[in-house]
Design a protein around this ligand. Structure first.
Ligand code: ADP
Ligand code: ZN
Ligand code: ZN
Length: 696
């Protein structure tokens, strides 16, 4: 006691004489706040006062040392200065990120309710997270950067058609300020050509372009299309790179050496010295939304970023998301459309193939085999789309009805032939194939349903002289395997391509004249409110692979619901009309984009804990509603997740819905603060998903 009374005034005195400079640091920790530190002792006060936000610092944290980002300096802390620890080391001389991006990422932390330190940890390249120096180190055979990006355009551009020219001119007039533009153009209508010509204009202004593409479309073909047009340095960013390559690309974007930055979702965080345009290709693609950790939408964050950087953002798609389409129709976005395919290529013809009452051979109708044969004989290529990998999605006993199910998930095991195994597609479970039924010992084990492996072997047996190329996650697991397969397709000789979603995105298959969609029905009756939107997007995207060259394409859709309004509208009136109808339904149902959603998820190995936790959350929300003006908040749940058990955990969810984004947002910070202190929160793993893309 006497010690305390003695030391207090001393501390006060010191504090009032020389107010200590405090460093506010985003430290990677699950706690939703920043931490204050004192400058290192070795740093002179004058030098400490010059420290800039955006540099990295190494700090003591519990028993460890962590790398954090300095967000601000100041003199007020909730903590007494003598209790503050000192920063161990200053890692950068110059800020890694400009002030407006620091602010944007703090906004993202608040918007997505993710701890700010982890946000910075997510967005920095691994090497920087680890505290490595922010220096470009090129190996001997790396291309030398620093080419003059102003003299960078090669001269062999096609002449834009009328609609392309209008799009280019409109966007050109908007360079140098913020606009959001939806470029809606059927597949092959020349959207990429519009991007390329805009990029040329941006480079000519001495500025940089940032291009985001879906995970699956960032192929060497995509990059070489950009590289073939421009001489400037192109920084490529995706998760498959080594830490060193990624760091180099990040720094070359940040210092302005790279004229073009092209990457997947997380490339949205890359700093650029002279930003000129942001292009988000296939903006509807679900890979732009991160599904764990910082659950951000690169598209939405991109729009915020473009606004802060005062540059145009172009959202390109043949099948725009309902959100973007709604914004475009409401006049919030510029809406540019490309209806025609340029030059010789023609739009495909669609046929709905009613399979009611038809005996199918492993999922294929005889008519479809005939058509495949015809197209092959004409020297063309054929694409067969199946939404499942593996051989068959169901294995069962023909005698007692036993089903092969995953022990840890509410899901069936998929039979795979290469390598032979029973696999769960929801957890990592893998089992050997059984010689007999584990329940009745019968050897009469049967399969049901069609996966890509089965399609491959069936097609190969029916068309023994034609190569069958399977493209799915299993056949392209090893590095460069996808490219080897794609090269075989691009050689142009007749072949059958069969595969999953991977075929639907970004690839150009000029030799394909027939596209077959084996099962359109699962998406028609999906429990997810976005099910029909996603089904339509996939269908139109797959179909868009056909008829890119001179041969007019044909698209066959096998269905048991040929008269279903959704399919009819889609096939006869096109995606745009279909999407407008779906928007009307969303409005009636008060679903996005007419309302805003936040999904609170919880999981536990105990079956009742998630619901107990979410019921508490519900009570907290009711209390917050009474205290603040949050009329219009609707709570749905707690309910078991659509797949209740996954990887051994029971899962439940509570959906928050409101027409007022601002009021919904305002509840989230007090909600999370209250949830963190709940004792029930220690019994579950919980997460919050703002603007969720899927409800699983
Ligand atoms: P999208 O990005 O909409 O799928 P692309 O820009 O890839 O379309 O164009 C499809 C094909 O048409 C490409 O081979 C491209 O080179 C070609 N193309 C685009 N615009 C023109 C044009 N104005 N004249 C001739 N060919 C064009
Ligand atoms: Zn059996
Ligand atoms: Zn499983």
């Amino acid at each position: 006691m006497p010690v305390a009374t003695q030391s207090r005034p001393v501390a006060k005195q010191v504090e009032s004489q020389v107010p200590a400079l405090l460093l506010r640091v985003a430290v990677p920790s699950p706690l939703r706040r920043c931490f204050d530190y004192l400058p290192p002792e070795s740093l002179a006060p004058a030098a400490a006062a010059r420290l800039q936000a955006g540099i990295r610092v190494r700090v003591p944290f519990g028993k460890r040392e962590l790398v954090g980002v300095l967000l601000a300096t100041g003199h007020n802390s909730h903590i007494e200065p003598k209790k503050l620890k000192r920063v161990c080391a200053i890692l950068d001389e110059e800020p890694l990120l400009p002030a407006h991006l620091l602010a944007l990422y703090q906004w993202a932390a608040a918007y997505y309710q993710h701890p700010v330190g982890e946000v910075f940890n997510t967005l920095l390249p691994v090497a920087l997270r680890q505290g490595k120096p922010a220096q470009i180190k090129l190996r001997k055979n790396d291309p030398k950067p620093g080419m003059d990006s102003q003299q960078s355009t090669r001269m062999d551009n096609p002449v834009p058609n009328q609609e392309q020219q209008t799009a280019i001119d409109t966007l050109h007039a908007n360079l140098g300020r913020f606009t959001c533009c939806l470029l809606e153009g059927v597949t092959g209508s020349g959207k990429t050509e519009v991007y390329l010509q805009l990029i040329a204009a941006v480079l000519a202004r001495g500025q940089q372009a940032l291009v985001l593409v879906p995970e699956i479309s960032l192929t060497p073909q995509t990059i070489s299309r950009f590289a073939g047009r421009f001489n400037c340095l192109i920084a490529v960013l995706h998760s498959g790179l080594t830490a060193r390559t990624r760091l180099n690309a990040w720094l070359q974007a940040g210092n302005g050496e790279a004229g073009i930055v092209i990457g997947t979702r997380s490339a949205i965080f890359t700093p650029m010295q002279k930003p000129g345009i942001l292009i988000i290709d296939e903006e509807h693609d679900s890979s732009f939304k991160q599904q764990d950790g910082l659950r951000y939408s690169a598209r939405d964050l991109g729009i915020m970023r473009a606004q802060r950087e005062q540059i145009p953002v172009v959202l390109g798609s043949a099948t725009p998301s309902l959100e973007s389409l709604h914004n475009a129709c409401a006049g919030r976005y510029l809406h540019l459309q490309l209806h025609e395919r340029p030059a010789a290529s023609k739009t495909a013809r669609y046929h709905l193939l009613d399979i009611n009452g038809i005996t199918l051979q492993e999922g294929f109708s005889p008519l479809l085999f005939d058509m495949i044969g015809q197209h092959l004989r004409q020297g063309n290529q054929v694409l067969v789309y199946i939404n499942r990998r593996g051989f068959a999605p169901t294995l069962y006993c023909g005698d007692c009805g036993w089903l092969a199910e995953c022990r840890d998930c509410d899901s069936r095991l998929t039979l795979h032939r290469t390598p032979p195994s029973l696999r769960c597609h929801h957890c990592e479970a893998r089992h050997p194939i059984l010689p007999h039924c584990p329940r009745c010992q019968s050897r009469n084990l049967l399969t049901l349903g069609l996966g890509t492996e089965r399609s491959e072997s069936l097609l190969q047996s029916l068309f023994p002289d034609t190569p069958v190329i399977r493209i799915d996650r299993d056949s392209t697991r090893r590095k460069n395997e996808l490219n080897t397969l794609l090269e075989r397709v691009h050689s142009g000789t007749p072949c059958i391509l069969t595969g999953t979603q991977m075929l639907a995105k970004g690839h150009h298959f000029p030799g394909v004249s027939l596209v077959a969609i084996i099962d359109a029905d699962s998406g028609l009756f999906s429990p997810d409110f976005r099910g029909q939107e996603h089904m339509a997007q996939t269908l139109i995207q797959v179909a868009g692979r056909a008829g890119r060259a001179e041969a007019p394409g044909e698209v066959i859709i096998q269905t048991q619901h040929a008269t279903h309004e959704v399919l009819q509208t889609l096939v006869h009136q096109g995606y745009h009309t279909f999407a407008l109808k779906l928007l009307q339904e969303r409005e009636l149902a008060d679903m996005p984009p007419f309302s805003h959603l936040v999904l609170l998820r919880a999981e536990s190995s105990n079956s009742s804990n998630p619901e107990r936790f979410l019921n508490k959350a519900r009570q907290i929300l009711h209390r917050l509603c009474r205290e603040t003006d949050t009329a219009g908040l609707m709570l749905i749940g707690p309910l078991p997740s659509p797949m209740e058990r996954r990887a051994g955990k029971y899962r439940a969810q509570l959906l928050l819905k409101s027409r007022h984004r601002g009021r919904l947002q305002a509840m989230l910070t007090p909600l999370c603060a209250a949830l963190e202190t709940l004792k029930e929160s220690r019994l579950v793993r919980w997460s919050i998903d703002v603007d969720p893309q899927d409800m699983i």
